[in-house]
Design a protein around this ligand. Sequence first.
Ligand SMILES: [Zn+2]
Length: 259
Amino acid sequence: MKIIRFMTILVISAAVLFGCASLDRPRDTLFQVSTIDALLAGIYDGDATIGEVSRHGDFGIGTFAALDGEMVLLDGTFYQITSDGVAHTVSHDTQTPFCAVTFFEPDMSLFVSDPVDFPGLKEYVGERLPTENVFFAVKVKGTFDEIRVRSIPRQQKPYPVLTEVVKDQPVFTFRNVAGTLVGFVCPEYVAGVNVVGWHLHFIADDRRVGGHVLAFEARDLSVEIDETPSFSLYLPTDASFYGTDLSGDTTDAVGRVEK
Ligand SMILES: [Zn+2]
């Protein structure tokens, strides 16, 4: 009996010393606030602050409380692109109802010298990703001959659902602008939780304009990819999240709000 007990203690100690450490990937975790389906359902009130989110990443995208514009987090700085397409810096007590962030440390770099559009970039990079089954953070720098973005205006209560909001979303086209695309490629099995496939936001190099990317024509793009094989989901605990039916299939709705 004594020997068995001693062995058990040894095994537990080994797990504490070695096993847990190997499962800990704080720098390769996609940290996310709420779900895309909650956003689609009109849950636009922030439950997390930018200051809190900043402890989980220096790179990412999302939106702000009351759906007040598009979020870009690049090199540790949060930008809020309001519905006029203009980028602003953000105070740490600003709240977010939905965002995804990580610490960006590229595992793979590509250079695309030929002119390319958004579908062309997805295809070129997609063919070179090692799998479709983990998250990838994607950073793309270059010159955009043309880039079309949108930015959602701040909403008033009672909040309309997201498919209604985007029907008259402000869309901007910037020409001959240098800038960075920031975003993620998410695996298909996270449907309902995040946007499946590519989701990119844009910020110009002068940090004056940006938005959620709809289309572009670009050249000389340098692409950096950060494999992100862990996921941490922070869910709201307020009455609107607890009381909303999130059981439906929203694949079509996500397609409508992303394009
Ligand atoms: Zn977006």
